[in-house]
Design a protein around this ligand. Structure first.
Ligand code: DNO
Length: 353
């Protein structure tokens, strides 16, 4: 495995210089944020991003994400044109040397939390998901924590109405249509696609969500059997449904050689149901055994990119919720420490060449 870190571009309060000083850090996970969803990313823009990152002594390892337009998820008539744009972006990324692209197929909302600055016992703040609170929220009438209004109230209503007629099976059909057209392009372009699970991995606000558990991963991988059709194994997302064994899902996808990217975050299940808080990365703070995560990667001699995921805000840092510098840096060095010890205990190299 090799360690990477998400960077939100020039506007990110965390700089590339900061990131480079994190021990064991090799690569950057980023995106072009100012191109409208559905438009082609030009090669010059990709090259510029890559040059900026390389000038700082790092490499552009993963694009997270190339967003999938809602019209594709809904199977609208204009989807062929949008899929062709998406394919062209993948070709351009491949031509500029990008090897991995993370994306998701969640309707309307990406990750969802009930609070972004929940104070933990030690005074740090974390993102939390309180199922009861979320049940009370109505995206038609209020904006959710962490979401800028990318839709007007009217557009939000229309899109929520439209999804009322979209079943899980419809969404699977639309995903299949997309995958069957994008993966051949990704193969040709040398780009490994990595679908991110739904976060949290069950329906919210009545919207269908399908990338949720081991059966879903199996079904997804069967749509198109190719190394370019893989997953972002986001441990924290899968683990936030107590019915999932996230390490088992990881091992399953490793066995099929389809883990193209790993998000390694710990979460602590709270209460009776499916609520959780995003804890510090080490096993003792959450519900996930991080040693078992890294051990699984080592057992398969996995060589892909991994990143610490959301961190808490500590030491007075302010900034983008979940994406500060300090706690994610601690997470990265902790994960690398686990890797070194697991690898050495098994007589294996721990630094990839
Ligand atoms: C949350 C992230 C997600 C992820 C997308 C991938 O912080 O893990 O937003 O980037 O779902 O498309």
């Amino acid at each position: 495995m090799y360690m990477t870190f998400r960077w939100y571009g020039e506007d990110d309060p965390v700089t590339l210089e900061n990131i480079r000083q994190i021990p064991t850090m090799k690569g950057i996970v980023s995106a072009i944020y100012d191109i409208e969803v559905g438009q082609v990313w030009p090669r010059e823009r990709i090259r510029k991003l890559k040059d900026t990152i390389e000038d700082a002594g790092l490499e552009l390892s993963v694009i997270e994400s190339v967003p999938v337009p809602e019209d594709i998820k809904l199977g609208h008539d204009n989807r062929d044109e949008l899929i062709e744009n998406y394919a062209q972006t993948i070709r351009n990324l491949g031509a500029e040397g990008v090897k991995t692209v993370c994306y998701n197929f969640m309707p309307v909302f990406d990750w969802t939390r009930s609070e972004l600055e929940y104070e933990l016992e030690d005074g740090s703040t974390a993102l939390i998901f309180d199922e009861e609170e979320v049940k009370k929220m109505d995206p038609r009438t209020l904006s959710l924590p962490g979401w800028d209004e990318s839709y007007t109230a009217e557009e939000m209503n229309d899109i929520m109405d439209e999804y009322e007629n979209v079943s899980d099976e419809d969404l699977w059909d639309n995903l299949t249509y997309f995958i069957e057209r994008i993966i051949p392009v990704a193969e040709e372009a040398g780009v490994k696609m990595a679908i991110h699970p739904d976060d949290p991995p069950y329906p919210i606000f009545g919207l269908p969500r399908i990338i949720t558990d081991k059966e879903a991963v199996e079904r997804f991988l069967d749509i198109y059997d190719s190394p370019n059709n893989g997953v972002t194994l986001c441990i924290g997302s899968y683990a936030s449904d107590p019915k999932n064994d996230a390490v088992e899902i990881l091992r399953y996808a490793l066995e099929r050689d389809r883990v193209n990217f790993v998000h390694a975050r710990n979460i602590k299940l709270t209460g009776e149901g499916r609520s959780f808080e995003e804890s510090a990365h080490p096993s003792e703070y959450g519900s996930i055994d991080m040693y078992e995560v890294i051990k699984a990667l080592s057992d398969y001699d996995w060589e892909g990119p991994i990143r610490p995921d959301h961190g808490r805000m500590i030491w007075g840092e302010t900034g983008r919720a979940g994406y500060g510098l300090y706690d994610r840096a601690l997470g990265a060095t902790y994960l690398s420490g686990l890797w070194e010890s697991v690898r050495k205990a098994n007589g294996k190299d721990y630094i990839e060449k």
